[in-house]
Unconditional design. Structure first.
Length: 205
C-alpha cells in the first residue's frame, strides 16, 4: 500500500504590524492572513512562519524566519524518524467490518521544513504540520488529502485524508507518534473506506 502579489495595501499592513507589535496591541487575525513585518515581527501570540503570521506556530512571539530553520521549536522535529518496532502498532478498521493489527511495526518517516507550514512529512500522503503552542508536538493542518494508485495493483487507488499526525518530543531525538489516516479505496472488486492508526515510540536517526 503506497505508503503576492505586492501592493501599497500589503506594505501598509506590514508597517502597521510593526507598529502594533511595538505598542503591545494584541489583535486577533486569521492564521496566515498577515505578512510578517520588519525583523519577522508578528503580533503577540503569533509567530512568523514562511513569511506569514500564524497563531502559536512554535511557541508564540515574533521569532523565526519562515520554516523550521529560524524556529527552534520546529527545528527539533526535522529529521528521519524510525518506529521502535517492538513497541509500535499499526491498526486498520474498515467499513466492511474487517480489522487488522500489525505489531511490531517497523517503518520510518521524514520530517522537513515547510514550505506551506512550519513542517511537512510524506507518509502515505504529504501532510503539512504546525507546532503546538507548547512547542513539543506537531499538529496536522486540516483538509489535507491525496489520491494515489496502488504500486502493485494499478487498478486499485487510494484517497488519503489527514486526521491526525502528532509527533511529540521534548529533546528532538526521541518521542511518540500518534497518527490517524482515514482513506477510501476503489478497485475492480468494489470500493470502501478504512482508517489506519499508528501508535508507538520513535527515535531520530
Amino acid at each position: 500500500m503506497l505508503r503576492t502579489f505586492a501592493s501599497r495595501t500589503l506594505l501598509g499592513a506590514a508597517l502597521s504590524l510593526v507598529l502594533v507589535a511595538a505598542c503591545g496591541y494584541n489583535p486577533k487575525f486569521e492564521d496566515g492572513m498577515l505578512k510578517c513585518g520588519s525583523s519577522n515581527a508578528c503580533p503577540d501570540g503569533y509567530s512568523c512562519m514562511s513569511g506569514r503570521c500564524w497563531k502559536n506556530a512554535g511557541g508564540g512571539g515574533s521569532t523565526g524566519t519562515g520554516g523550521a530553520g529560524g524556529n527552534s521549536a520546529a527545528a527539533k522535529f526535522v529529521g528521519l524518524w524510525t518506529f521502535v518496532g517492538a513497541q509500535s502498532t499499526r491498526t486498520r478498521e474498515c467499513t466492511d467490518g474487517s480489522t487488522e493489527t500489525s505489531k511490531p511495526w517497523d517503518d520510518y518517516f521524514d520530517v522537513v521544513a515547510g514550505p506551506v507550514a512550519a513542517l511537512s512529512t510524506d507518509y502515505y500522503c504529504a501532510w503539512n504540520l504546525d507546532v503546538n503552542g507548547s512547542g513539543n508536538a506537531t499538529v496536522i493542518r486540516p483538509g489535507g488529502t491525496c489520491t494515489k494508485p496502488d504500486p502493485n495493483t494499478p487498478t486499485t487507488s487510494y484517497t488519503w485524508h489527514g486526521e491526525s499526525f502528532t509527533l511529540t518530543t521534548t529533546n528532538g531525538t526521541s518521542g511518540m507518534l500518534e497518527a490517524s489516516l482515514p482513506y477510501e479505496y476503489t478497485s475492480v472488486l468494489g470500493n470502501g473506506s478504512c482508517t489506519m492508526k499508528f501508535t508507538g515510540p520513535v527515535t531520530k536517526q
